[in-house]
Write a protein that binds this ligand. Sequence first.
Ligand code: HEM
Length: 209
Amino acid sequence: MALQIDRWFSLVVKPLVFVACLLPLAWLLWLTWQGQLGVNPVETLSHRTGDWSLRFLLLTLAVTPLRRLSGWNRLQRFRRMLGLFAFFYVGLHFAVYLVFDQFFDWQAIVADVAKRPYITVGFTAFLLLIPLAVTSTNGMMKRLGRNWQRLHRLVYLIAVLGVLHYAWLVKADLREPLLYGGLLSVLLGYRLWWWRGRGHSATVIRSTR
Ligand code: HEM
């Protein structure tokens, strides 16, 4: 029975989730094709890809708490896919900036990264995501052992930098960055609570031995 559910999961659910993750891109391509990106198409592309980068980062971080709370361990299988989609959308976000904003002018990009703090923060988050994407395979997981987990804890910092990047660039209305910040605080707060709880249990077990 469990084997059948596993097969159904791999053959149906995972591909469906994969396709769903591509829908934001499909929607953006459709709007571009229809010429419906508004008065500033580059800005719209930059904003939408930025939004989806952050959403996928938060979705990735939501997997473990949801798995623990629901007891549904199969959820864990989506974590890598969601994380790689976060990287994919950040890559697109950066590509929009590189191609349409800076026209491949690497010197201007270096100057921009140095001058505008929100670009510095976004760029740092992007660079930090690269080693996580590269080491996301099963082979790398095995090869790095415990260090894999240590390295992948960088995702917490990356998400914080992503929210900071957003909060820094908005001029007046902070509602959306605050909403993302609130969600991130819940996800990180849950982990703190979990780790402290487990640490506490381990101490109690050790002291009663
Ligand atoms: C993890 C990395 C990143 C995340 C999560 C992220 C997220 C976001 C978000 C949420 C927005 C605002 C979208 C909106 O207004 O609806 C945004 C805008 C923007 N981001 Fe990023 N970003 C990241 C990395 C980068 C990088 C590497 C660059 C370029 C070097 C960059 C450049 C920009 C620019 C130029 C804007 C638009 C600013 C404006 O129109 O005022 N971002 N980003």
